[in-house]
Design a binder for this molecule. Structure first.
Ligand SMILES: NC(=O)c1ccc[n+]([C@@H]2O[C@H](COP(=O)([O-])OP(=O)(O)OC[C@H]3O[C@@H](n4cnc5c(N)ncnc54)[C@H](OP(=O)(O)O)[C@@H]3O)[C@@H](O)[C@H]2O)c1
Length: 262
């Protein structure tokens, strides 16, 4: 895929992996971005950081239908098409299910999954006007292998995985390449309350994602060969993963106890 002069709509482009994706796409010739995020200040900072780039900045929440409609109206009135839709915005709240606040359950599902699906639906007419479009959904390693205390987050990310797969097949006769990205622990604001020894940089995730897009890959899985082996084990021998969880249960609980970025 040739990225030069493409118009990219990205959710959550004001921080973390989303912002790193903007930087990487700029390096490949993208100059027009539409970005939605809840904090206006963080959006405004993009203009300071990336001078000479054209931004449509919409302060809004992807889980709110009115905000999605406002975003699409704004983008549709300024651009003739959308070439890349990058569904990146996401939140996390880890806990034992019975301890998790109801709002965190509802909001993780609404932001990570329902909002992503609704925005995709409403962007499709603009994507179909592109000569060569990309639909990129950011899932998570937990979308492949669910771990304890991430039941709701993992459910949303597995939902993103299957939504992507269905859309890839539904759009098989269209000029829209569908790609899913599965980051493992990445050093962003989302992880400040998690206890993790080793993390990828958001720049690495962005580079692998953009490389994947250039090569029209369908899945970009971070975490190296070990991750691929684990996915295989989880599919073919799930009780092996259960055994390891059982042996390390207290450590899992301790590491995730305070992990919340909503
Ligand atoms: N970091 C990791 O370890 C990791 C691992 C696997 C997958 N991921 C996934 O990667 C994606 C990006 O994560 P990140 O680590 O870059 O997170 P981050 O640093 O917390 O950034 C999240 C971005 O999304 C925006 N956002 C959050 N909720 C939103 C909402 N309701 N509506 C609109 N924008 C919203 C945030 O801006 P505002 O707060 O201003 O809204 C921010 O720009 C997420 O989907 C996440 O699940 C991350």
């Amino acid at each position: 895929m040739n990225l030069k002069h493409k118009k990219a709509l990205i959710t959550g482009g004001s921080a973390g992996i989303g912002k790193a994706l903007i930087k990487e796409l700029i390096a490949h010739g993208v100059q027009d971005f539409a970005v939605i995020g809840r904090s206006q200040d963080k959006l405004n900072a993009l203009k300071e950081e990336f001078k000479n780039i054209n931004f449509i900045l919409v302060a809004g929440d992807v889980s709110k239908l009115a905000d999605i409609n406002r975003l699409i109206d704004e983008v549709g009135s300024r651009w003739d098409c959308v070439d890349l839709l990058i569904n990146n915005a996401g939140v996390v709240s880890a806990d034992a299910l019975q301890e998790m606040p109801d709002e965190d359950i509802i909001n993780q599902i609404n932001i990570n999954l329902t909002g992503l699906i609704l925005l995709t639906k409403k962007t499709l007419p603009l994507l179909m006007k592109s000569e060569e479009a990309g639909l990129i959904n950011i899932s998570s390693g937990l979308g492949y292998i669910a771990k304890p205390f991430y039941s709701v987050y993992a459910a949303t990310k597995a939902g993103v995985r299957h939504f992507s797969e269905a859309m890839r097949r539904e759009l098989i006769f269209k000029n829209i390449h569908v790609m899913t990205v599965y980051p493992t622990a990445t050093d962003t604001g989302m992880m400040t309350t998690a206890k993790v020894d080793k993390m990828d940089s958001p720049e690495l995730v962005a580079k692998k994602s953009v490389d994947g897009l250039l090569n029209k890959e369908i899945n970009v899985i971070l975490g190296g060969d070990q991750r691929l082996k684990d996915i295989d084990t989880n599919f073919n021998h799930p009780l092996q993963i259960d055994k390891s969880v059982k042996e390390n249960y207290d450590a899992y609980k301790e590491r995730t106890e305070k992990h919340r970025a909503m």
